[in-house]
Design a protein around this ligand. Structure first.
Ligand SMILES: *Cc1c(COP(=O)(O)O)cnc(C)c1O
Length: 403
């Protein structure tokens, strides 16, 4: 059984960095600890030549015009790049835009991309609906495909190998270093949705070229912001990404950026608590006779668990579980409706616990064994672990009463 330390160590280590991010420099006359808020579309310059000089600095996070980002957005970009271990970051309007903007930046008509079957479903829809219309072909691959299987799917025009680890709803942990070797051997970029692993998975040291974040989740942390970020580590990638973001009009409002910076300062301690609590809930669920499988990367029966142990320095607050197949979908839904502490709603990463049924809603080209029972996803928040376990316990009696 994984100890609390293995799920929390990365968060604990990160906290000292997080508390100092985006702090204005101390001044003899005193300076506020937090970034001042700047709202603005127009920026005024003393002369045309100043305006032209500043206008050439769009790769340098300069304040040129509101649509190219305000100082608060630029501070947030620097902070995300530090946490991800990249060199440059572009903040965009949502986590989904953080998936779509680099796909548009790094793919051309007539090219091909490989996307894991366990991808966040709006990313799949974007590939199937938009990329397809612009002449980009997508092949879905099983998230735990071997190097041989993956190499077999590479085409001469494959330019992006997309990864998301762990997978949405099914939590397969992908072998990112292996994916990186295959992508780079065939002239493709490895792009990763690293939302679950933010702060506990170092994308660039594991060979990722483009790392994607839904800032909506852990960084903002209070379910009051929609924003995303794309981080890179090469100048060439940065230029393509930044130009595409400007051409698409991608940015996030200063208030959302400021709230995200505020959330980042407490992310380490929030997630340390939430990761520990999630682990305890997952271990408790494993002891329940109603449960067939718990899908948590830190548990040995999660696909790719050994890779999680090798590559991650902690775990998140989001995991899933599958009920025994003697329970019906209706009984599971009655259980979900009975919860008092788990809210029913989309998203995750905030301070509050959430539940979402996952059976009958996920799209897969390579579906799981259909002998499995109904399933759901839990986001563990900051409530007491005992209250959450108590809520699940009363939920199980509702479940059993429906059979
Ligand atoms: C939530 C989520 C997104 C999208 O984020 P939004 O800000 O809601 O658009 C992308 N990827 C993953 C893995 C997510 O969980």
């Amino acid at each position: 059984m994984p100890s609390d330390i293995t799920v929390t160590q990365g968060w604990d280590k990160l906290s000292s960095t997080l508390t100092r991010l985006a702090r204005p420099e101390a001044a003899p006359e005193g300076a506020p600890v937090n970034m001042p808020m700047t709202r603005g579309s127009t920026v005024l310059f003393p002369s045309l030549s100043d305006m032209r000089r500043q206008g050439q600095k769009h790769f340098d996070h300069a304040y040129i015009y509101g649509a190219m980002g305000t100082p608060v957005q630029h501070e947030l970009e620097k902070a995300i790049a530090v946490i991800e271990g990249g060199t440059d970051c572009q903040v965009v309007s949502s986590g989904l835009a953080a998936c779509t903007t680099p796909l548009l930046a790094f793919l051309n008509a007539g090219e091909h991309c490989l996307i894991p079957d366990s991808v966040y479903s709006p990313t799949r829809r974007f590939a199937d609906k938009v990329l397809k219309r612009f002449g980009v072909e997508t092949t879905y691959y099983p998230p735990c495909a071997s190097a041989e299987e993956l190499t077999g799917l590479i085409q001469p025009n494959t330019r992006v190998l997309f990864a998301e680890s762990p997978g949405s709803h099914t939590f397969e942990v992908q072998d990112i270093p292996m994916l990186s070797r295959i992508a780079h051997a065939h002239g493709a970029r490895l792009m990763m949705d690293n939302t679950w692993g933010f702060g506990i998975f170092a994308p660039f040291t594991h060979g990722v070229d483009v790392s994607i974040q839904a800032l909506t989740k852990y960084p903002s942390g209070h379910s009051d912001v929609i924003a995303g970020a794309v981080t890179v580590a090469k100048t060439e990638d940065w230029h393509l990404l930044r130009e595409t973001a400007i051409q698409l009009g991608q940015l996030a409002g200063p208030d959302d950026c400021w709230l995200t910076l505020r959330g980042l300062h407490t992310m380490g301690v929030r997630l340390s608590h939430q990761a520990q609590s999630a682990m305890r809930v997952a271990q408790w669920l494993k002891t329940r006779p109603e449960v067939a499988r718990v899908l948590h990367p830190a548990l040995p029966d999660c696909p790719g668990h050994e890779i999680w142990k090798r590559d991650f320095t902690g775990a998140g607050s989001l995991f899933g579980f599958v009920l025994r197949n003697t329970f019906t979908q209706n009984a599971m839904e009655a259980m979900v409706d009975s919860f008092r502490f788990f809210g029913i709603g989309a998203s995750w990463g905030g301070y509050e616990s959430l539940v979402l049924p996952t059976s009958k809603s996920i799209i897969r080209n390579f579906p799981a064994d259909d002998t499995e029972g109904p399933s759901m996803r839990l986001q563990i928040g900051l409530e007491s672990t005992e209250d959450l376990i108590g809520d699940l316990e009363q939920g199980f009696s509702v479940l059993k009463a429906h059979c």
